[in-house]
Ligand binder design. Structure first.
Ligand code: CP
Length: 299
């Protein structure tokens, strides 16, 4: 079963193949249409980009999408995630795309289900489809990431985007630096910390993270303007980045916090390209889910 829950489970060969396939689809290659298959999108946390781009990818592949809304489902009567997923499997759904607030929610599902689980984000765990679209965006700019330096700046401790990207980028030969508030840094990521003004000038890729206000509800001391001046991509900092460097952000963006309002559309920003690439990355992921099982290459 081709689950897609963390890039850690895929070989580098398979990750490179997915990046290449996403870019090929973007350039107009014919998708592997899977009109006989049905999928359901289960989003237990809010989403615009991931949900809508999975839906767009499903549309391009000719998949049937079973409507499912958590708000009107029996989840509201206390049904568990596992029983919800088993029910959908029992009525004939061929793959599930799941976003859930519980880190690692997929561990039990993988053992119990015989249909692929595609992880659309789990708590502070992983966001592998975001990583894949980020990689596509980096490969578009640089060909690959070997020898490139990436600074990931912001709320690293709560960020599934940071966790997914820090691991996979290092596997693919990049140097990854963490930056932003020292108290939000996460030693378990296995990357070094640098102050943003130092890291910016030596980086090829500047990845800003969203301040996750919903995960900082009890922190009364947070001030957006202070964050922007100390850690944000201000106009002054933008003027000091390398001319060939690119700026990424998974979005939604807090304009004026992680990045100055007008810089979101700057020529070196790839923020909206990331969203476009998300559709093709997710097409490649869905194609893989319905491919014949392949032998796992050595990681
Ligand atoms: N980047 C991302 O996951 O955005 P959404 O939460 O809108 O899906």
């Amino acid at each position: 079963i081709s689950h897609f829950v963390s890039l850690d489970d895929l070989s580098t060969v398979e990750i490179e193949r997915l990046i290449a396939r996403g870019l090929e689809l973007k350039q107009g290659a014919s998708p592997h249409r899977t009109v006989t298959k049905t999928v359901a999108n289960l989003f237990f946390e809010h989403s615009t980009r991931t949900k809508c781009s999975f839906e767009m990818a499903e549309h391009h592949l000719g998949l049937h999408v079973l409507p499912f809304e958590t708000a009107t489902s029996s989840v509201q009567k206390g049904e568990t995630l596992l029983d919800t997923c088993k029910t959908l499997e029992a009525i004939g759904v061929d793959a599930l795309i799941v976003r859930h607030g519980e880190t690692g929610y997929y561990e039990r599902l993988q053992e119990q289900l015989r249909i692929p689980i595609i992880n659309a984000g789990d708590g502070s765990g992983q966001h592998p489809s975001q990583s894949l679209l980020d990689l596509m965006t980096m490969y578009e700019a640089f060909g690959d990431v070997t020898g490139k330096t990436i600074v990931i700046c912001g709320d690293l401790r709560h960020s599934r985007v940071a966790r997914s990207n820090a691991h996979v980028l290092r596997r693919l030969g990049a140097t990854v630096i963490g930056s932003g508030p020292r108290e939000w840094f996460d030693d378990t990521l296995g990357i070094a910390y640098q102050e943003i003004d130092e890291a910016l000038t030596s980086s090829d890729i500047i990845m800003l993270l969203r301040v996750q206000h919903e995960r900082h509800l009890d922190d009364q001391s947070f001030e957006a303007t202070v964050y922007h001046q100390r850690y944000g991509l201000t106009h002054e900092r933008m003027a000091r980045i390398r001319p060939e460097a690119i700026v990424l952000h998974p979005a939604p963006v807090n304009r004026g916090v992680e990045i100055a309002e007008e810089l979101v559309e700057h020529a070196q920003s790839r923020i909206f390209d990331q969203m476009t690439n998300g559709v093709f990355a997710r097409m490649a992921i869905l194609e893989r889910a319905f491919d014949e099982p392949t032998t796992k290459e050595t990681i």
